[in-house]
Structure formats: C-alpha cells, structure tokens
Design a protein around this ligand. Structure first.
Ligand SMILES: C[S@@+](CC[C@H](N)C(=O)[O-])C[C@H]1O[C@@H](n2cnc3c(N)ncnc32)[C@H](O)[C@@H]1O
Length: 236
C-alpha cells in the first residue's frame, strides 16, 4: 500500500467537521512520539474528520479504527482514509463511545472528545456533539476514562485532549481506580471564541477565570492539555 498525498485538495471537506486547534495540538504531540506509532493498532473515539487517524496512518500505524456517533463523520473519515490509501487498514464504525469496540484492545487510543462545559447547543455551524460535554464538561470524558483499562493492550497508551478547566484531578482519580495514571505532555493556550464563552457553564467560568481561563478585555483564552495515559507503573 502506498499512501498518496495531493498538493491540491480534490474536494472540499465538510465545514462542520473542519479540524480545530485541539486537533492540531493532538497531532503535534502524537508526531513527537511517532516512533511509538509505527506498527500500532490504533483507535480513535470521536474520529470526526478522520484527520487524526490519517496522521497516525502516515506515522506507520498498522491498523486504524475510528468510532463516531455522526453519520457525516463516518462518511467524511472513511473518504479521507480511502483517498490517502489507507482503505486496507482502516475502519470507522458508527456508535456511542466504547460500544463498537467491545472486547477489543489497542496499542494506542486517541480522543479529542467533546468536553466543553455547556448544554447541547450548536456552535458556529458545528453539531452540538462536536463540543458539548454537559454542564461540567465530563459527560463523555468520564465514560472514556472509565472504559480505558478494558481497551488498552498490555503496554498500551492513550493520548487525549483535556481542557484544564475540566478538572485534571478528577480524571487522575478515575484512572487511579483502574491502575492507570496520566501525565501532562504539553499545554497549549487556546482561544475561546465569544459564542462559546457565552455558553460556558457560569460556575466553571467563575471558578476558572484567573486560574486556567485568561481574559484580556473581551478576549478569552484557556489552557488545554494533551495528556498521555498508561499503566501507573510506567508513570512513576
Ligand atoms: C471535537 S470533535 C473531534 C473530531 C476529530 N478528532 C477531528 O479532529 O476531526 C468530537 C467528535 O466526537 C464525536 N462524538 C460525539 N459524541 C460521541 C459519542 N457519544 N460517541 C462517539 N463519538 C462521539 C463527534 O461527532 C465529533 O466528531
């Protein structure tokens, strides 16, 4: 199989699935450990545009499995992976979080889950399922962390985006109960556009402003971590 790259895009990707700065940050950190991706069985929960799986394919992953709840995302992701020559090793299934992967384990699990603390409302042409993490932002994040140990192969790891204003300590506690631990690999400053700031759960905004949310006049930014998760004994 020879993956192909085109200098001129052959088609316009769906606007609602355009990659975000979270996507960029996740790919940047994954590229930093590309040697560990070679030969890996990879899963992405919430594969959206498919671009993170495509990047992992380019790093030499042995297999690419995506899960998403939106039909458009399945279609968009599969189209991208086929165009790039990964059809033989790629699969994307429609389903809720871990359901399509029952009984399966992966060397690398990645996710940029919707975990913005807000109620389900569309933001700027995105489906609400793109960003909305429920009032505390943890609705899907908790499900992801609670299911992780059952899906990581021995020695496997997960790499995910994690807003700093969605308690990292709560995530650590969930992982600890499963013998897993997390390490913050990188912290990026991301812009919170006005429309999202207006939807951010007021209690979270009040508690986190000046801590993990930084406002300069009308402009708001937040710390966003890329965290790596693995067996606790590997994170001493
Ligand atoms: C922030 S986007 C990330 C997409 C992808 N990483 C990218 O950069 O294109 C979150 C994705 O999670 C998907 N999603 C939302 N709820 C889900 C669920 N319950 N199970 C699986 N996927 C879900 C959304 O449809 C969306 O594609």
């Amino acid at each position: 199989m020879t993956p192909t790259t085109a200098s001129i895009p052959a088609r316009a990707p769906r606007a609602a699935l355009r990659p975000s700065e979270y996507t960029s940050a996740l790919i940047q950190v994954l590229r930093g450990s590309a040697a560990q991706v070679r030969g890996a069985a990879v899963l992405e929960i919430g594969s959206g545009s498919g671009v993170v799986l495509a990047a992992l394919g380019a790093m030499g992953a042995a297999s690419l499995f995506g899960v998403d709840i939106e039909d458009d995302a399945i279609d968009e992701g599969l189209t991208l992976l086929r165009e790039l020559g990964y059809a033989d090793i790629a699969k994307i299934e429609r389903g809720d979080m871990w359901l399509p992967t029952a009984g399966r384990r992966f060397d690398l699990i990645v996710a940029n889950l919707p975990h913005f603390p807000m109620l389900p409302i569309e933001v700027k042409g995105r489906l609400s399922t793109w960003s909305c993490g429920g009032a505390d932002g943890r609705q899907l994040l908790n499900l992801f962390l609670e299911g992780l140990a059952q899906h990581l192969a021995p020695g496997g790891r997960a790499v995910i985006t994690h807003n700093a204003f969605v308690s990292v300590e709560s995530s650590r506690a969930i992982l600890q109960r499963q013998g897993l631990a997390l390490r913050i690999e990188h912290t990026f400053l991301v812009n919170i556009p006005d429309v999202k700031l207006a939807l951010l759960t007021p209690g979270v905004l009040a508690a986190e402003t000046g801590r993990t949310i930084h406002c300069y006049g009308p402009h708001a930014f937040a710390d966003m971590h890329i965290v790596e998760i693995g067996a606790a004994e590997n994170f001493v």
